[in-house]
Design a protein around this ligand. Structure first.
Ligand SMILES: C[S@@+](CC[C@H](N)C(=O)[O-])C[C@H]1O[C@@H](n2cnc3c(N)ncnc32)[C@H](O)[C@@H]1O
Length: 330
């Protein structure tokens, strides 16, 4: 019988994403930190804080929202007590370039669920969540959030909606993952070619490969799979993952590995990268809120009597990125 995944296993695809050093979960579409209307939303919330207030960002990933808060506090000459919480094994100070100086003063809590937050009742002025609250058990998380913000604090969230551009692109990406993992021969063919090339690190060895029938047959099979990949990319241009896979494979093929083990490890790490992406897409699709589930979340977040306001986050003027939820006077 399958046992349920432990929290660490459940979070592993997130942990690996953050360890790869991306700053936030929209890094493929938004360079640097969150910008435009997303930044505007957060700056509007952070502006309500004054010296020594406590801000907690749940599902913080590599700390994009804490970083916005810290930069804003530095500009305003105030000091905020900023915390970032995540169930995944995060370490933004180590995993983001210049992390020690950029996150100086922010306290991160890896392996910590928003269903059991390490903060006292009513001790938090602003609770933030960017694409995170919706991933956690909703009633427990809402209860914890209301407990730590008490009657005077507020909570602000941007959550995935089923009709956002992210949900639409996720469909295309998901199709790309399925094709790569279940329908195409690309990864096995790339693995066989890398294996045939392993050890051919000198010019003479590479020349000899051209006369090796095993290497030639691996090359033909790979070329065939690669041309099918190109057709998929043309047919499904929104699935960036297909283009990224093509780039990753061509980097692997550019320099033969010294050993078969290294070649095998490279292909299995590429497979894990695609599987992680697929897993995160599935989690996102399960987490995205339609109008009914937004209404349910609003009921949960209104349970302590604080006002709850919702809206749509339109990015670049008209691109729907999700719902906004503000609890309290933020
Ligand atoms: C889509 S990412 C968002 C990360 C970050 N807020 C951002 O915008 O870049 C969702 C994050 O929520 C975290 N998460 C999921 N369930 C959680 C829980 N129960 N408690 C805390 N974090 C959780 C995941 O580990 C992941 O890092």
């Amino acid at each position: 019988m399958n046992r349920p995944a432990s929290p660490a296993e459940h979070s592993a695809p997130w942990t690996r994403l953050w360890k790869a050093g991306v700053l936030h979960s929209c890094a493929s579409g938004i360079a640097g930190n969150y910008d435009r209307e997303i930044l505007g939303f957060w700056l509007g919330q952070i502006a309500t804080l004054s010296d020594d207030d406590v801000l907690v960002d749940v599902g913080t990933g590599n700390g994009a929202i804490p970083l916005l808060a810290l930069d804003n506090a530095r500009q305003r000459g105030i000091s905020l007590r900023i915390h970032g919480v995540d169930l995944a094994d995060i370490d933004p100070v180590a995993d983001i370039a210049d992390g020690a100086s950029r996150f100086d003063g922010i306290r991160f809590h890896p392996g910590t669920s928003m269903t059991a937050l390490p903060f006292g009742d009513g001790s938090v002025s602003l609770l933030c969540s960017q694409f995170a609250f919706e991933y956690a058990p909703r009633a427990e998380s809402a209860g914890e959030i209301l407990r730590i913000i008490g009657t005077k604090g507020s909570a602000a969230m941007i959550v995935h909606s089923t009709d956002s551009v992210i949900a639409t692109v996720a469909e295309a990406q998901h199709h790309g993952c399925r094709w790569l993992l279940s329908e195409s021969d690309l990864l096995p063919a790339a693995g066989r070619l890398l294996d045939a090339m392993a050890g051919a690190t000198s010019r003479e060895a590479r020349t000899a490969l051209a006369r090796d029938p095993v290497a030639e047959s691996a090359r033909h099979a790979f070329n065939d799979a690669a041309s099918k990949l190109m057709s998929q990319i043309e047919a499904n241009p929104s699935a960036e993952l297909l283009q990224q896979t093509a780039q990753r494979i061509s980097r692997l093929l550019a320099h033969p590995f010294a050993t078969h083990d290294e070649a095998d490890a490279a292909i299995s790490s590429l497979r894990t990268w695609i599987e992680d992406e697929q897993q995160r897409l599935l989690l996102m699709q399960a987490a995205a809120l339609d109008q009914q589930s937004l209404d349910d979340a609003v009921r949960l977040l209104g349970a302590s009597g604080l006002a709850v306001r919702t809206g749509r986050l339109l990015y670049g003027g008209d691109t729907c990125m999700g719902w906004t939820i503000v609890v309290g006077n933020g």
